[in-house]
Design a protein around this ligand. Structure first.
Ligand SMILES: Cc1ncc(COP(=O)(O)O)c(C=O)c1O
Length: 401
């Protein structure tokens, strides 16, 4: 029995199973030798595989092949985008030391930004969000226009990883472009669920990663316009336009392309199926737990929210307790909170949306994906009332002590 038969998996936003096509390509490539920088036949073969993968990924995401820079994943691509653009822009003009970004970014973006503030003299300008987790465009405009000549880079994620809320990327691009400021978007959660066209978006840089769309963990890409200057983080053999040195992993890159191929080709059909499963899930949750609150933007569609994420608050419960009780029954989901030194911390996304600590800690994220089934949803709905009751009791006992 494999993992997916034992477990009802609701954590596809953390990582989703590889599609069989990507596993097959990866296994085949693992059995081959060749450094894509070598000049002999094996090296040339490896190079061909990498370049075919690059062309496919570029084509599916509306980019030119030369705009695809392979990285070890979303975290590295975000670091390269934000640090690389900040350093390059500041080197051209030392007055450009401001970074405009949103309060709901993933830590893979938030932490490099705060690192630049701490160690590299960056001034950070955080854009607030509304109660659905969507950034307030007027606030972002005000932040930029406070003094556009001091901004080095603007960045807004495409879709939020906790709430699924889609961000007004086109409006953000327009504001940045008016002032000739490079603009980046972390599209890690959107890729595979929302149509993405890098060229049409007019973004300067965009992050994607393989393991959220059916590819392997450990590979991703920064799509970055060719003419844009960015300072590399890694120095070495000069691979990837001198922007990202290091021997390329041919099996990971080939499997990434195979996953993109399959996922984008099936996107419309998958989104429709998953939207239906999500509807079954949220309608079921409010039926079995009437005081549950479904967070984020209720409206479906690529301007509103991702089809695969349902974020739910269970008043009077600790999300962590519910997660562990569900896990004991083979049902896997996630809380929005990160654990710092063993103490659950409420998520910065929920706090930015105006939730208090208690509501933020009483929330769970259920995320669906290509292997999700109606049986998974029904299994969760069956387990939920008893789990909720136990978590509520535990919370009352803790509150009373
Ligand atoms: C929005 C977002 N950005 C970046 C990342 C990091 O990507 P990776 O795991 O490939 O480093 C994640 C992963 O959870 C994410 O959800």
């Amino acid at each position: 029995m494999n993992n997916s038969e034992q477990v009802a998996y609701f954590d596809h936003a953390a990582t989703t199973p590889m599609v069989p096509e990507a596993i097959a390509v990866m296994a085949e490539e693992l059995a081959r030798t060749g450094n894509a920088s070598s000049l002999h036949a094996s090296g040339r073969g490896a190079r061909r595989t990498v370049e075919e993968a690059r062309e496919l990924i570029a084509e599916r995401f509306g980019a030119r092949p030369s705009e695809v820079v392979f990285t070890s994943g979303g975290t590295e691509a975000n670091n390269l985008a934000i640090k690389g653009l900040y350093w390059a822009r500041r080197a051209q003009d030392p007055a450009r030391n401001r970074i405009v970004f949103s309060s709901i970014e993933h830590h893979a973006l938030l932490d490099p930004v705060t690192w630049l503030a701490k160690h590299e003299g960056a001034e950070i300008d955080m854009t607030p969000v509304d109660a659905t987790g969507r950034i307030l465009v007027d606030e972002l405009r005000a932040g930029v226009e406070r003094d556009p000549t001091t901004v080095s880079v603007v960045t807004t994620m495409w879709a939020n990883n906790e709430m699924g809320t889609i961000q007004p990327v086109a409006d953000v691009v327009r504001i940045a472009r008016e002032h000739d400021i490079p603009v980046h978007s972390d599209a890690v959660q959107a890729a595979g669920y929302v149509p993405l066209d890098f060229g049409a978006s007019q973004l300067d840089a965009m992050t994607i990663t393989a393991h959220k769309l059916g590819g392997p963990v450990g590979v991703g890409a920064l799509l970055i316009r060719r003419e844009l200057e960015a300072t590399p983080l890694l120095h070495g053999g000069g691979q990837e336009r001198d922007l990202r040195s290091g021997t390329l992993s041919v099996p990971l890159i080939a499997a990434f392309a195979a996953a993109v191929d399959v996922t984008v080709a099936r996107q419309a059909e998958t989104v429709e199926r998953i939207e239906g499963l999500r509807r079954r899930l949220v309608e079921g949750i409010v039926r079995v737990i009437p005081d549950a609150i479904i967070n984020g933007d209720p409206e479906p569609g690529p301007d509103h929210r991702l089809p695969n994420i349902a974020h739910v608050t269970f008043p009077g419960c600790e999300g962590d307790a519910m997660l562990m009780l569900l896990d004991a029954q083979g049902i896997e989901c996630s809380t929005g909170s990160a654990c710092a030194a063993g103490v659950p911390q409420p998520s910065h996304v929920l706090l930015a949306m105006g939730y208090d600590d208690v509501a933020a800690r009483g929330s769970l994220r259920f995320s669906l994906g290509h292997t999700s089934t109606e049986a998974d949803v029904d299994r969760l709905l069956e387990a939920l009332p008893a789990v909720h009751q136990r978590a509520q009791k535990a919370s009352l006992v803790r509150g009373a002590s």
